[in-house]
Design a binder for this molecule. Structure first.
Ligand code: PGA
Length: 246
């Protein structure tokens, strides 16, 4: 049985290492059992180095982004190889906030996925439509376009994770009805079969967008392999309620 993957995306929070450490430890200490669930936390870059000694078998480290080159003159960027040395296991790529505020496009995201997979890390590709956009059309384009920049030889299905995050559901409290999310889950599976062949089932598919302790279970019930959780991952009580309910 696949472990449920719960990724906490802290975004640009909290504001100090002391707070980050406290939050990380509170979550880590509160996890009751890791047989069925893998907890992974994505803090801001600057806290990764300090949190690496606290991470371990019960909580994995995630990066919120990384660059497509290994090293060189790329001001402000971080390479997957640097992250690997910090015990980072997963890298979130193509988050809608980066697409919107930083103008990231499918080509940039695809190149980043390639670099992450080449470094032996796992890539979490975020896809999802804005309100008024056609969900299936957008999701298909985002997956196809990004994966077209990934070399076949590095595209191991177990190292790729898909996160369906409708943009209108992120940070709004307006979560996607689980039955609608389920339809998208099946649609994503169909797309993955084309790209990954018979091993496609090794790719986990997560739901993200206003997940809280009341709605979390309903996405797992309809078949998602895990959740990408923003706001609620900064509230240890509610986040632990989700973790310990698995
Ligand atoms: P949210 O964020 O849970 O706060 O909606 C999810 C995400 O952006 O990954």
């Amino acid at each position: 049985m696949k472990k449920v993957l719960l990724v906490g995306n802290w975004k640009m929070n909290p504001q100090s290492f002391e707070e980050a450490k406290e939050l990380f430890l509170e979550i880590k200490r509160g996890i009751k059992d890791t047989k069925k669930v893998e907890v992974a936390i994505a803090p801001p870059f600057v806290f990764l180095y300090l949190l690496k000694n606290l991470a371990g078998s019960s909580v994995s480290l995630v990066s919120q982004d990384s660059f497509w080159e290994k090293k060189g003159a790329f001001t402000g960027e971080i390479s997957p190889l640097m992250l690997k040395k910090l015990k980072v296991k997963y890298v979130i790529l193509g988050h809608s906030e980066r697409r919107i505020y930083l103008g990231e496009n499918d080509q940039m995201i695809g190149k980043k996925i390639n670099a992450v997979l080449e470094a032996g890390l796992k890539a979490i590709l975020c896809v999802g439509e804005k309100s008024k956009e056609d969900p299936e059309k957008i999701v298909k384009e985002q997956i196809k376009n990004a994966l077209s920049f990934v070399e076949k030889k590095v595209l191991l299905p177990s190292n790729l994770i898909l996160a369906y995050e409708p943009v209108w559901a992120i940070g709004t409290g307006n979560f996607c009805p689980p039955q609608n999310a389920r339809e998208m889950l099946f649609y994503i599976k169909k797309i993955l079969i084309n790209f990954l062949g018979s091993d496609w089932e090794k790719t986990k598919i997560l739901y993200g967008g206003s997940v809280d302790s009341l709605n979390a279970q309903s996405y797992l019930k309809v078949g998602f392999n895990g959740l990408l959780i923003g706001g609620t991952s900064l509230k240890p009580k509610a986040f632990l309620e989700i973790i310990n309910s698995i």
